[in-house]
Design a protein around this ligand. Structure first.
Ligand code: BGC
Length: 448
C-alpha cells in the first residue's frame, strides 16, 4: 500500500531568472555577471546567451496560463537581483521589481503558490567588480536586497529561499571556474562559501524582523556511495567528498559548525573562521529545500582536486544527457537523512529532473520523452517512500518547467517538461508534462 501524499502537498515546477527570462537589460536592469560571462569567449557552449532564452519576461502571462493548464499548485522562480537593484545596492528600480509583482499576482490569480528564490546565481556586475562573494560586505548588501524584496512582496509570497545551491556558486564559480565569475582558487572558494552562508544568515535575520511567512535555504545534495570492494582509503575519500558537497553548507546553517573534514579538503586554503562567526551562521529556518539529481559512486583518486575522488560509471545504470545516473533510492535516503540530521524540519524537493535527448516535435505537435516520464515517476515514488519513512516532505518541484539555458552548456541540454522551440518560442508540453498533470490531478494517488 502506498502512503497518500499529505493534504496540502505542493506540486510545482522550478525555473530561474537568467535561464528563462531573456530581456536582461529591460526596464533599467543592471548588467549581471552571467550577462558578462556568456560574452567571454569559450565560456558557454555554442556561445549561447540568456539574451532571449525562453522570452519569459515578455510572455509571463501566457506562461502562467500554461502552468494553470498543467494544474501546478506551486511555482518556484528566482528574482534577478540586478532588475531590482541595478547597481546591486542603493537605488531601487521600481520597474524591475514590478515584473515580479505582476508575476506573483498572476500566479495567485491562477491559484499557484509562489516560491521566490532571492539568489539563483545572477549577481549584478557592480558587486562582482567589488569582488563578488569574496567581499566581506556581501552579507550586508544581500540582506539589504532581500529586505527590498520582502517589503515589496512578502504580503503575497508565502515561501522564500535565500540562496539556490551555495555549493555550486562556490565550487563552479570560484573553485573550478566553469560558472560565473569563472575563477579557479581553493582560497577563494573557501571565502566565497563563508560569505554565502553569512549572507544567508543575515537575510534570515532580516526576514525575522519584517516577514510574516516562511524562509529557508535550498541546497543540492549528491550522496557519495562506495563500490563493494572499497578500501579504507576509498572510504576516507568518500567522507571528504560528502563533507565538501553535502555538509559544507547545511552544517553551518543548521548546526552552527563546519564539518571537520573541510580542513583536509582545503588544506592551507581553509581559513580559521572565528568560532562566534561560524555559530552566527545558524539562524532558525522554516524549511529546507533539496535539489536532487543523482548520486555518485566514488573511489579514491589522488589526482582529483580538491577532493581526491573519481566517480565510477555503474554498469547497467541509466544515465542522463548530463552524465548523471538515475538513482531514485538516493532521493528517499537523502530526504530521510536530512530529516534525521537537521532536526525534522519541513522539507521540499525544490528541484528534481533530467536532461534527455528529446525527439523533435512530431507532425501532430507531440514530444514524447519516455525516459523523463520514467524519471519523474520513480522520483515522485521515492518522495512518497521518504514520507512513509517519517520525513516531513511538503512539496515537490520538477526541474524544469521549460527547456532553458543550461548555464555553461547553453541550450544543448533540455530539462523541460515543456518543450521550447528557441526559434519560434513555441511551447509544447511533452509527454512528461502531461504525465505530471495527471499525477497532480489526483494528488499522486496514481503514479502509473
Ligand atoms: C540548478 C539549475 C540547473 C540544474 C540542472 C541545478 O543545479 O539549480 O539552475 O539548471 O541544476 O543542471
Amino acid at each position: 500500500m502506498r502512503q497518500p501524499f499529505p493534504p496540502g502537498f505542493l506540486w510545482g515546477c522550478a525555473t530561474s531568472a537568467y535561464q528563462i527570462e531573456g530581456s536582461p537589460l529591460a526596464d533599467g536592469a543592471g548588467v549581471s555577471n552571467w550577462h558578462r560571462f556568456v560574452r567571454t569567449p569559450g565560456r558557454v557552449l555554442g556561445n549561447d546567451t540568456g539574451d532571449v532564452a525562453c522570452d519569459h519576461y515578455r510572455r509571463m502571462k501566457d506562461d502562467v496560463a500554461l502552468m494553470r493548464e498543467l494544474g501546478l499548485t506551486a511555482y518556484r522562480f528566482s528574482i534577478a537581483w540586478g532588475r531590482v537593484l541595478p547597481e546591486g545596492r542603493g537605488r531601487v528600480n521600481p520597474a524591475g521589481l514590478a515584473f515580479y509583482e505582476r508575476l506573483v499576482d498572476e500566479l495567485l490569480a491562477a491559484g499557484i503558490t509562489p516560491m521566490a528564490t532571492l539568489y539563483h546565481w545572477d549577481l549584478p556586475v557592480a558587486l562582482d567588480d567589488r569582488g563578488g562573494w569574496l567581499n566581506p560586505d556581501m552579507p550586508d548588501w544581500f540582506a539589504d536586497y532581500a529586505q527590498v524584496c520582502f517589503n515589496a512582496l512578502d504580503d503575497r509570497v508565502p515561501m522564500w529561499t535565500t540562496l539556490n545551491e551555495p555549493w555550486v556558486v562556490a565550487d563552479g564559480g570560484y573553485m573550478h571556474g566553469v560558472l560565473a565569475p569563472g575563477h579557479r582558487s581553493a582560497f577563494e572558494a573557501a571565502i566565497a562559501a563563508h560569505r554565502l552562508m553569512q549572507s544567508h544568515a543575515r537575510a534570515v535575520q532580516a526576514y525575522r524582523a519584517v516577514g510574516r511567512n516562511k524562509i529557508g535555504l535550498v541546497v543540492n545534495i549528491e550522496p557519495k556511495h562506495l563500490p563493494p570492494d572499497a578500501s579504507k582509503q576509498d572510504r576516507h575519500a568518500a567522507r571528504l567528498a560528502d563533507a565538501y558537497m553535502n555538509r559544507q553548507y547545511l552544517d553551518p546553517a543548521l548546526l552552527g559548525s563546519y564539518p571537520e573534514e573541510l580542513r583536509e579538503v582545503f588544506g592551507e586554503a581553509w581559513p580559521d573562521w572565528p568560532a562566534a562567526e561560524v555559530e552566527a551562521l545558524s539562524q532558525p529556518v522554516d524549511f529546507l529545500g533539496l535539489n536532487y539529481y543523482t548520486r555518485a559512486v566514488v573511489r579514491h583518486d589522488a589526482k582529483a582536486w580538491p577532493v581526491p575522488v573519481q566517480p565510477l560509471r555503474q554498469p547497467g545504470g541509466i544515465y542522463t544527457e548530463t552524465g548523471w545516473e538515475l538513482h531514485p533510492e538516493s532521493l528517499t535516503d537523502t530526504l530521510v537523512w536530512m530529516h534525521e540530521r537537521y532536526g525534522g524540519l519541513p522539507l521540499y524537493v525544490t528541484e528534481n529532473g533530467a536532461a534527455f535527448y528529446d525527439p523533435p516535435a512530431a507532425i501532430d505537435g507531440r514530444v514524447d520523452d519516455p525516459l523523463r516520464v520514467h524519471y519523474l515517476r520513480t522520483h515522485i515514488a521515492a518522495v512518497q517512500a521518504a514520507i512513509a519513512r517519517g520525513a516531513d516532505v511538503r512539496g515537490y518541484c520538477a526541474w524544469s518547467l521549460f527547456d532553458n539555458l543550461e548555464w555553461a552548456l547553453g541550450f544543448s541540454k533540455r530539462f523541460g517538461l515543456v518543450h521550447v522551440d528557441f526559434q519560434t518560442q513555441q511551447r509544447t508540453p511533452k509527454a512528461s508534462a502531461r504525465y505530471y498533470a495527471r499525477v497532480i490531478a489526483d494528488h499522486g494517488a496514481n503514479l502509473d
